[in-house]
Design a protein around this ligand. Structure first.
Ligand SMILES: O=C(O)C1=C[C@@H](OP(=O)(O)O)[C@@H](O)[C@H](O)C1
Ligand SMILES: C=C(OP(=O)(O)O)C(=O)O
Length: 433
């Protein structure tokens, strides 16, 4: 396991934002389900994306790496779909990726053969009840380990009406939206609660559309899906990731200004909300068509509703910890079922650095301080916690040691390189455990 020692310094400069993880998962899946060859440009092989790519290969999809830009760790891949999946491997390793697991489970319903999903870390216990309910309703056989992975599924998914809660994870809705259009009859998904993470469903519908699959969205309450649709292959460039840009935007505010390039300002990504949130907190930010530039700014605490942007919470907790007044993060209960219990993780670790964070049942209450101290903190094996703590170091008076710092590989393998290129001073070391 790796740890990093950070000597606090003020970051500044320009960073090319890595491709959106959410859009990469979706592009690989849609391309794999189509009949033909799709060129997917601007891909980073983070652990989560490797899990989806390998999972699709188990379903008979072929992929070829066509271009690699080693300076930025960016690749292009050709995905060869056959339109008809063939099962090459019955065990799918989703590593620690919730998206991979929840997007690929419904695909098992195309085969009717027994398929086993395995995973690691916290993924083993992240909830899947929404799918278990559907399996029972459709007489699909499944076994799990007291509700946890490994999960084995056997049986064909049939078209129909699917009632689903919208406040556990939007990933279940995305998972069904990929497969229901391929079934031999029409389906409807009915959302029985308010839908959280709507932006992620928008991303799914957008990619489906680009690959020739059409779904009617009745105001996020119902999704009407015609059966017998066919995915067309498509050349697709993945745009920059606003969830990752958020770390550098906050780093620029706390440090000495940062330009984030390769962002699409018209993006459908829900985490684009970071721009409005930091503006409301008082940050000076210049937003252009394809880049964002933030200046060092003094920010004030506000109330932040996290229901549509859960992945921003760790870095917003960091910003709140050094903003003037109180920052309250509300509607964030779902954060407890991510790669770590992110509410507990951020409250615990920021407090170790000298912050004043109170963990609430469904949020955080943070009383801002001008400076933090420093100390030894843990990433909880969660990429977003590691990155949020790294950015907190900018405001520390003493060094910060982050244990299990290579958790960043889940979504952003080059994070520490980019941190250094912006002037971050780190010392990486291997530690036992
Ligand atoms: O569909 C997606 O790509 C994602 C949906 C969100 O999950 P929930 O819908 O479970 O909040 C988000 O937290 C996750 O990082 C990616
Ligand atoms: C929660 C995340 O991803 P996933 O649910 O796909 O594991 C994330 O990237 O923060």
């Amino acid at each position: 396991m790796k740890s990093v020692k950070i000597i606090p310094s003020s970051l500044k400069g320009e960073v090319r934002i890595p491709p959106s993880k959410s859009m990469s998962h979706r592009a690989i899946i849609a391309a794999g389900l189509s009949n033909g060859i799709s060129n997917i440009d601007n891909i980073t092989f983070s652990d989560d994306i490797i899990a989806t790519l390998e999972g699709m290969k188990s379903f008979g999809v072929e992929s070829e790496n066509t271009k690699t830009d080693s300076e930025y760790g960016i690749s292009s891949i050709l995905i060869k779909g056959t339109g008809r999946m063939k099962l090459l491997k019955n065990e799918i390793d989703c590593k620690e990726s919730g998206s991979t697991l929840r997007f690929l489970i419904p695909m098992a319903g195309l085969f009717g053969e027994k398929i086993t999903f395995i995973g690691r870390g916290k993924l083993i216990e992240r909830p899947l009840d929404t799918y278990y309910k559907i399996f029972r309703e459709q007489n699909i056989q499944y076994t799990n380990n007291e509700g946890k992975l490994p999960l084995s599924v056997e049986g064909k998914l049939r078209p129909g009406i699917f009632y689903m809660k919208g406040n556990i994870s939007s990933q279940f809705i995305t998972g069904l939206l990929f497969i229901l259009p391929m079934l031999d009859g029409d389906s409807k998904i009915v959302i029985t609660t308010e839908l959280e993470s709507k932006g992620y469903v928008d991303l799914t519908l957008d990619i489906l559309n680009k690959f020739n699959i059409h779904v009617e969205n009745n105001n996020y309450k119902e999704f009407i899906i015609k059966g017998n649709q066919k995915y067309n292959s498509c050349d697709y460039r993945v745009e920059g990731d606003f969830s990752q840009a958020a770390f550098w935007i906050v780093a620029g505010i706390l440090g000495s200004g940062i330009k984030c390039s390769d962002l699409n300002i018209d993006s459908l990504q829900g985490d684009k909300m970071i721009l409005d949130i930091v503006k409301e907190m008082g940050a000076n930010i210049l937003v252009q068509d394809n880049f964002v530039k933030v200046e060092k700014s003094y920010t004030n605490g506000i109330v932040i509703d996290a229901s549509q942007c859960p992945d921003l919470v760790p870095i917003l907790a960091t910003l709140g910890a050094v903003s003037k007044g109180t920052t309250k993060i509300i509607n964030a209960a779902r954060l407890r079922i991510k790669e770590s219990d992110r509410l507990k993780a951020m409250a615990t670790e920021l407090n170790k650095l000298g912050a004043d964070v109170l963990e609430l049942e469904d949020g955080l209450e943070i009383k801002g301080k001008e400076k933090l101290n420093g100390g030894v903190v843990d990433s909880w094996n969660d990429h977003r916690i590691a990155m949020a703590l790294a950015i907190a170091s900018i405001k520390c008076t003493e060094p910060v040691i982050i244990i299990n710092s290579d958790a960043v590989k889940k979504s952003y393998p080059r994070f520490w390189q980019d941190f250094k290129s912006l002037g971050g001073k780190i010392d990486e070391r291997n530690v036992g455990r």
